[in-house]
Write a protein that binds this ligand. Sequence first.
Ligand code: ATP
Length: 205
Amino acid sequence: MKLIGLSGGIGSGKSTVARMFRELGATVIDADAIVHELQAKGTPLLEKMVAEFGGKILGDDGSLQRKTLGALVFRDPQALQRLNALVHPAVIQEMGKRIQAAASAGAEIVILDVPLLFEGQKRGSGSAALLPYAATVLAYVPRAIQIERTMKRDRCSADEAEQRLAAQLDIEEKKALANFAIDNSGSLAATQSQVSQVFEKLKKV
Ligand code: ATP
């Protein structure tokens, strides 16, 4: 079994590319989905987060208010570090379990869809430091298209899209770090054909 890391920048097509890999037969493990599950109402992780940041991060129904939490850590690197120290080990542990399950089920290519993979790779932290990736794949579009698609999908302003992009490593830097880059700036058919080609190459890494 081979572990492949997949990432992208905001609005660059990571989810689209992940879906195409899944359709080709890869097992895809979605780190974002794991985070959401582990932070669901009443979970031990959410309780720890409330102990650290206070009940204000919960809504009336007891579920996590991501916007409130985001605002708390957005301009406070120490708070972000405290949050990550709670969340990351739990996510990595759960990913480990799912990788094991995929291996037991005979999966050949397991793609881990991880939002800040290349940021971690650059800093030597996160899953990039902890998991033995055989290769990494980037869903790539030039910055201008990233902004345009994010604005359209999230109905946000260019300023908001720019601000969210600024919190991530520049897409061109990610491209330099990735073993494979899939250019998603054209049609979905053009992306599909690249995904198929990269999938064949991943079988040989
Ligand atoms: P994020 O990390 O911000 O959630 P993402 O990298 O997973 O985003 P997607 O959600 O796959 O990106 O794509 C962003 C938006 O662009 C979506 O609305 C998607 O439908 C659209 N999109 C993706 N690929 C293409 C394409 N080749 N042509 C046109 N639109 C596309």
